[in-house]
Design a protein around this ligand. Structure first.
Ligand SMILES: [Zn+2]
Length: 196
């Protein structure tokens, strides 16, 4: 999932901070986005397969996904988005350095309460398309982490939204599939015009 609206804020911060310049950040972002499969790549429509035991290959995959997510200014990334059809996702909130890895995640509880907010997706015009999507406000997720240890916790608000967005990717579902009819038509038109 992308968080395009915050980009300006981050660019301004970067001007004052030591480290990479704005230009370098933009170059890294473009390089990272080239590694993210774009609509209508068929890998985005396929349900991903469950992962077996945790191994070095899985740890390498999640490290690579984390790098690409961070460099492309995303808040979440699912393995199919880099062409790997396995049930793995990573996400990290902006106000928190921690990156969460969920392997074979399942939503075991969903609140009845839902809300509609705009979402972007790194696989839809690199995050530039924004579509209102209805999501459960709170979810409980059960999965394993990169080391194969079980995790089970509740999330709400933006974190719950990101988890639902990324699990959708593992089921081959995109935000255009979740949108209301009119929004969906507009988004598909935009994608047809601008996708290469
Ligand atoms: Zn996405």
């Amino acid at each position: 999932m992308s968080e395009h609206a915050h980009e300006h804020e981050q660019d301004e911060d970067a001007e004052q901070a030591e480290g990479p310049s704005d230009e370098e950040r933009r170059a890294w972002r473009l390089a990272a986005l080239r590694l993210v499969r774009q609509y209508p790549d068929p890998v985005l429509k396929n349900p991903a397969v469950p992962v077996g035991e945790s191994d070095d290959e899985l740890r390498a995959l999640t490290a690579r996904m984390t790098d690409i997510m961070r460099a492309s200014h995303g808040v979440g990334l699912a393995a199919p988005q880099i062409g790997v059809s396995r049930r793995v996702l990573v996400y990290g909130m902006r106000d928190d350095d921690e990156v969460h890895v969920l392997v074979n995640p399942e939503l075991v509880e969903r609140s009845e309460e839902t809300e509609v907010e705009n979402e972007g997706c790194l696989s839809l015009l690199g995050g530039e398309l924004s579509i209102p999507v209805e999501r459960h406000v709170r979810v409980r997720v059960s999965a394993t982490d990169a080391a194969g240890e079980p995790v089970d916790y509740e999330a709400e608000g933006l974190e719950a939204r990101v988890i639902q967005h990324e699990i959708d990717h593992l089921d081959g579902v995109l935000i255009v599939d979740r949108a209301e009819n009119d929004e969906r038509k507009g988004a598909l038109r935009e994608l047809r015009l601008r996708s290469v």
